[in-house]
Design a protein around this ligand. Structure first.
Ligand code: CTP
Length: 403
């Protein structure tokens, strides 16, 4: 990781807080390590440090006016971040976080952020009461759900004279975090992932179907993060309202049987299978060709069990690393462990569906990872994007332990 900054293009966004002076030190450390750094400033940041300081130290013009007549026609906010390996925003004030989390774009930094789809790290700095405020915390959660990385502020003396949680992270720590994120950008290169997501849908007649409450968010997060980290990803998805992540090969399906066929088709070519899909357990014995008419008689429908895809994979796999999910409402760990053994999984992600505010539909979840060596790792409540990254870290360490 020592020279991971050499030749990399970093955009440093500076917003207006007293900690802006630390961005100068950050810039110095990054350029010293060989990075090419382009600085973007908000109007308030210029009250603390001048653009000239950053321009002189970075060797590049500083972007600090959206409507600069010389440059605006060239869409400067898109050019500055073009081919950038990472955008770090330090310090990120409460005001800037609020804009970024809510898609506002009225200054150079927020316009650049909304036009950038690469890795973003924000390092907030503010008064401790502001940091603790529900609105700021909600914005931080929003940013994390978008996949933005956050370096929490530290405890220390603040500009207002009190000691509290709100101090900008130290520049050297930010450099280490940047190096880690850059290393992560290609750590899954050469690994082929097969991910299933969403619910399945079983038709009863041309207009009716049975399905379940799965949103697909967990599987889409795994697929998105795996691609971002350099993996090849085939995403087999039941019906969802989600945008397919850029770079994945999407294979849509509806019925459990269709999902089974697609998994079997792609299994021989993958290294890792992650089955997040909530596959329906039953399908109607018969699908009516015409719409069923209303009647005053009770309706009796017959269902047959669907194929258990993971069980079928167990018989067919040839060294693939297989991850299953378990939605449990009681004895979570024990039930998941039984499932892991029965389906011959390498890893299972268990969650307690009876806990409020997590799981189905939610952007967050609280899960426990259990592997075939009975290692149990209970994760705190976090966004599904964060869970996806931790899951990918664990998979990577199992299949390529030396890297
Ligand atoms: N799964 C599957 N094929 C099915 C049903 C589920 O491959 N027909 C997979 C899911 O994608 C998930 C895991 O198996 O990875 C979930 O196991 P399952 O036995 O369905 O358990 P739960 O849905 O958690 O619930 P239950 O224990 O009540 O069956």
């Amino acid at each position: 990781m020592a020279n991971s900054l050499n030749g990399r293009k970093i955009v440093l966004g500076v917003s207006g807080g007293i900690a802006a002076y630390k961005a100068v030190e950050l810039l110095r450390l990054l350029t010293k390590a060989g990075a090419s750094v382009h600085v973007v400033m908000t109007a308030s940041a210029k009250k603390f440090v001048t653009p000239l300081t950053f321009a002189t130290l970075s060797g590049h013009p500083v972007y600090h006016e959206i409507f600069d007549s010389e440059h605006s026609a060239a869409m400067e906010h898109l050019q500055v971040s073009e081919n950038a390996d990472l955008l770090i925003i330090a310090p990120a004030t409460a005001n800037t976080l609020g804009k970024l989390a809510n898609g506002l774009a009225d200054d150079p930094l927020s316009t650049l952020f909304t036009g950038y789809d690469g890795t973003v790290l924000v390092a907030p700095a503010m008064n401790d009461k502001m940091w603790a405020h529900a609105a700021v915390q909600e914005n931080i959660r929003k940013m994390k759900r978008m996949g933005v990385h956050v370096m929490n502020p530290e405890l220390g003396e603040l500009a207002c004279g009190v000691t509290g949680l709100g101090r900008l992270a130290e520049p050297a720590d930010m450099v280490r975090e940047i190096q880690q994120l850059l290393a992560q950008q290609s750590d899954l290169q050469g690994i082929k992932f097969l991910v299933t997501a969403g619910p399945t849908r079983e038709h009863l007649d041309p207009v009716r179907f049975i399905t379940n409450r799965s949103s697909g968010k967990m599987g889409y997060a795994v697929a998105r993060q795996a691609v971002k980290r350099g993996a090849e990803v085939v995403l087999i998805s039941g019906p969802t309202h989600l945008e397919p992540p850029p770079g994945v090969q999407l294979q849509p399906c509806q019925r459990a049987q269709e999902m089974y066929s697609l998994v079997m088709k792609h299994l021989p070519d993958c290294d890792v299978l992650v089955m997040t899909a909530a596959v329906g357990d039953f399908s109607p014995a018969e699908v009516q060709k015409e719409k069923m008419k209303k009647s005053d008689q009770p309706l009796v429908l017959h269902f047959l069990p669907t194929v258990d895809i993971l069980q079928a994979v167990a018989a067919k796999k040839t060294g693939q690393f297989v991850v299953g999910f378990a939605a449990e409402s009681e004895n979570v760990v024990q039930s998941a462990q039984e499932k892991l053994k029965r389906k011959q999984l390498d890893l299972i992600v268990a969650n307690n569906i009876s806990a409020p505010g997590i799981g189905f539909q939610s952007d967050n979840n609280q899960v426990t990872l259990i592997d075939s060596a009975a290692t149990i790792e209970a994760l705190p409540l976090m966004s599904k994007v964060e869970i996806a990254d931790i899951l990918l870290d664990r998979i990577k360490s199992k299949i390529a332990p030396s890297s």
